[in-house]
Design a protein around this ligand. Structure first.
Ligand code: KIV
Length: 293
């Protein structure tokens, strides 16, 4: 992927072995059954957020297993202070851009703030992002989502339910804080997982919960569990792409690691960072206890 790539190429370019265009090979698409098999075999999978075609192509070269078009785009792409201003139209636009450039990863797409407030809204939003190229919709919440999860599943829409720190509820939490630290909070999280899994959720995503609790969720429920700030014992790991490339203006969260400058990034470029991240997740060398709660 490059702008006007049919022009004479830049003689200073050293990207021949790492550019997406130079090394893209067809790879089998990752599906939900791939993730279920990985879980059954005790293997992990990688996930990164992505919002455009160029990075999506580089992620294909690096064999990233799953891509999330996160509503974090509100912050890292649009410069908003939270995910709340992101619209369904924004999610559709970025999902289309990513889906055009990556035929390997399973594509998850966030349904933005208030789009699951009613069943009707959830169905309309899901239709829009699935038709844009998503394979799974991600929704934030707990047991209250059970009916929506079930109706979506009956309409051919798999769901990933995001629990723990759910950024769309930042105004309820009063800030971005670790969740599930008390026994009561941990019990509620387990009950929420139970309700949405029984309703048909295909994936759980845990953000900022103690590593021990995330392991309990992974061991208890049959569906793949993706973690961010949830310890190494999850079935998959996700990071926001800008964070793992060291592109931030404020101090990053504890769970972030910069893979652009990582010693295992052999080519010291962006595709190398994606490859180093993928390998670290597969080897379970990331996250370490220093990235966990
Ligand atoms: O929007 C997003 O990028 C997310 C991840 C932080 C999991 O929800």
């Amino acid at each position: 992927m490059s702008y006007v790539s049919n022009l004479e190429s830049n003689p200073d370019s050293t990207t021949e072995s790492t550019s997406a265009a130079a090394t893209t090979k067809p790879k089998l698409p990752v599906t939900l059954s791939t993730l279920n098999k990985l879980k059954a075999n005790g293997e992990t999978f990688s996930c990164l957020t992505c919002y455009d075609a160029s990075f999506a192509a580089a992620m294909q070269v690096a064999a990233i297993d799953t891509i999330l078009i996160g509503d974090s785009l509100g912050m890292v792409v649009q410069g908003q202070t939270s995910t709340l201003p992101v619209t369904i139209a924004d999610m559709v636009y970025h999902t289309q851009n990513v889906a055009r450039a990556n035929s390997h990863a399973l594509i998850l797409c966030d349904l933005p703030f208030m789009s699951v407030a009613t069943l009707e809204r959830a169905l309309d939003a899901s239709q829009a992002v699935m038709q844009a190229g998503a394979h799974v919709v991600k929704i934030e919440g707990g047991a209250e989502l059970a009916e929506i999860v079930s109706v979506l599943a009956n309409n051919g829409v798999p769901t990933c339910v995001h629990l723990g720190l759910t950024p769309q509820s930042v105004n309820v939490f009063g800030g971005y804080k670790v969740q599930g630290k008390t026994d009561a909070q941990a019990e509620k999280l387990m009950a929420d997982c139970q309700a949405v899994v029984e309703a048909g959720a295909a994936i759980l995503l845990l953000e900022c919960v103690p590593a021990e609790l995330a392991k309990k969720v992974r061991d208890t429920f049959p569906v793949p569990v993706i973690g961010i700030g949830a310890g190494v014992e999850c079935d998959g790991q996700v990071l926001v792409m800008h964070d793992m490339l060291g592109v931030y203006t404020r101090k990053p969260a504890k769970f972030v690691k910069d893979f652009l400058t990582d010693e295992h990034n052999e080519t010291k470029d962006i595709t190398g960072a994606f490859k180093a991240y993928h390998k670290a997740v597969k080897d379970r060398t990331f996250p370490t206890p220093a990235h966990s709660f």
